[in-house]
Ligand binder design. Structure first.
Ligand code: NAD
Length: 504
């Protein structure tokens, strides 16, 4: 039974420099997944709200793009400072709507801060190129200019980090940015908007518009929006990419994942088990880089499964504000039921359930959406536990005979976000990293999320579009190149105009 918290918050949009209820008449409940309580009512945007936000963004983009890089980055430095100072407050907001443990929420803010810091140094990335005297008296220079108005559509699982993968780079590069956060944990984006305002960002440069499919469709089709960054599940990423490109926009759409960790028999099994356990069950497995498949190679498999089971049983599942908790709830009752169904199907199809967290009840939080760590061994590639992105604390184990077979398994999977190999052989690591068709690879590192001055992105069904996100690709995505060929003839110089195509 759903209960309602005593102080249900009204969650507004952030339009042109101020919180606003907008003109929409619809609201949607927001839950605390650890208690099952309704804690907020989210205002959903009307089409007039969308028009107002886009018009404000367009006006803001025109003047913001003219502001000097020095002034833009000064504001970004102030934003960095404010974000650091508000980490605890922001982490509590994340935990109360997402459910992840507080230290993990602070960790996601830290990774977002890295991107803000990268954006503070955007002057370096916006430097152009110059070629002197490419022909007699002619020089060429090229540089990058902002797209204009860009929108970011983000998932529930990183309500701060993913918006910060996008907005700081877009804004530092001179664009206005509209954020459409997940409806499930929307409050953190309101504090981000307030901190941008406190940092001195002009009104309209960063705005927040809440809504679901209708709002997203409005953004994808709007003629005044130049670019769309999306992060979420694969079917929606594909849809966003197809739709927004049809409307002539630049799009980067990051999708779902099924990340494999290959464990060679020569690996340090304790290190592998420690890291795979943490990467499978941290944040209740609701990370796009979570390890959801362990590929046990050769004779090491039994030892690996025993060690994983031992660690999995030791995971403390509780309310994210409980300091002893390692892992919180999943996001919705629907996520929990879906996960229970998929685990049941694997069991019926003959897989071995090593740890079963399906029916976990957490004391004092009986209405929370909790599931315990679950490990399924001897899974095959036809089972739904393997073919589906479960997005919960479920680790499946596939057993293979060789590195060659492991590479074939991973490359045959439609997703290509992250992967890891655990081995003590440099040769195995090199073969794997070179041949694997995945965008981000870890060697004895389970969650190879690149630092902010590299870029983040998967291959295959994990990313639609040409650009990875943040870092150098982020700068390229939010700007377009211009090449200028110039001649400043001396007054005495003779004209050399010709009817033939000019050559050097
Ligand atoms: P989701 O696809 O359900 O939602 C993402 C965004 O799309 C939300 O803002 C949502 O409002 C919007 N949306 C949902 N349905 C829509 C529809 N029919 N039409 C238009 N817009 C729609 O994803 P989620 O459940 O919030 O997040 C989890 C998913 O995101 C997982 O699949 C995870 O792997 C993925 N993810 C990927 C990355 C990555 O970097 N590749 C990072 C984080 C999360």
């Amino acid at each position: 039974m759903t209960t309602i918290a005593t102080d249900v918050a009204e969650i507004l949009h952030y339009i042109n420099g101020a919180p606003s209820a907008g003109t929409g008449t619809q609201t949607q409940p927001v839950y605390n997944p650890a208690t099952g309580e309704i804690t907020g009512q989210l205002h959903l945007a009307s089409s007039e709200d969308l028009e107002q936000v886009v018009a404000a963004a367009r006006t803001a983009a025109d003047s913001w793009g003219e502001v000097s890089i020095a002034k833009r980055t000064k504001i970004m430095f102030r934003f960095q400072q404010l974000l650091s100072e508000h980490t605890d407050e922001l982490a509590r907001i994340i935990t109360s709507e997402h459910g992840k443990v507080l230290s993990d929420a602070a960790g996601e803010i830290g990774r977002g801060l890295e991107v803000v810091e990268f954006a503070c140094g955007i002057s370096q990335s916006l430097k152009g190129d110059y070629s002197d005297q490419v022909a007699g008296g002619i020089d060429v220079f090229s540089f990058r200019q902002p797209l204009g108005v860009v929108a970011g559509i983000t998932p529930f699982n990183f309500p701060v980090m993913v918006p910060l993968w996008m907005a700081p780079v877009a804004i530092a590069a001179g664009n206005a940015f509209i954020l459409k956060p997940s409806e499930r944990d929307p409050s953190a984006s309101m504090l981000i908007a307030d901190l941008f305002k406190q940092a001195g960002l002009p009104d309209g440069v960063f705005q927040v518009l809440h809504g679901g499919k209708e709002t997203v469709d409005g953004l994808l089709a709007h003629p005044e929006i130049d670019g769309i960054s999306f992060v979420g599940s694969t079917p929606i990423a594909k849809y966003v990419h197809e739709t927004a490109t049809k409307y002539g926009k630049r799009v980067q759409a990051l999708g779902g994942a099924k990340n494999h960790a290959v464990v060679m028999p020569d690996a340090d099994m304790d290190l592998a088990a420690d890291h795979i356990n943490a990467a499978a069950f941290g944040s209740a497995g609701q990370r796009c880089m979570a390890i959801s498949v362990a590929v046990a190679v050769g004779e090491g498999a039994d030892a690996l499964v025993d060690k994983l089971a031992e660690r999995g049983r030791g995971v403390n599942v509780s309310h994210g504000l409980d300091e002893k908790a390692d892992m919180g709830p999943v996001i919705t009752p629907a996520s929990k039921s879906r996960l229970q169904k998929i685990v049941g199907e694997a069991e019926q199809a003959g897989a071995a359930l090593v740890i079963d967290g399906r029916d976990l009840v957490v004391k004092d939080h009986e209405n929370g959406f909790f599931v315990g760590p679950t490990i399924i061994d001897k899974v095959n590639r036809e089972m739904s536990a393997y073919t589906e992105e479960i997005f919960g604390p479920v680790l499946v184990v596939l057993r293979v005979d060789s590195l060659e077979e492991a590479i074939e398994v991973v490359n045959a999977n439609p997703y290509g976000n992250g992967t890891a190999i655990f081995t003590s052989s440099g040769a195995h690591a090199r073969t794997y990293t070179r041949r694997i068709q995945v965008g981000m690879v870890g060697v004895n590192i389970p969650l190879p999320v690149p630092v902010a001055w590299h870029s983040f992105g998967g291959w295959k069904d994990s990313l639609f579009g040409e650009h990875h996100i943040f870092g150098p690709d982020g700068v390229r995505f939010y700007t377009r190149g211009k090449a200028v060929t110039q001649r400043w003839p001396e007054p005495t110089q003779q004209s050399t105009a010709s009817y033939s195509f000019p050559s050097n």
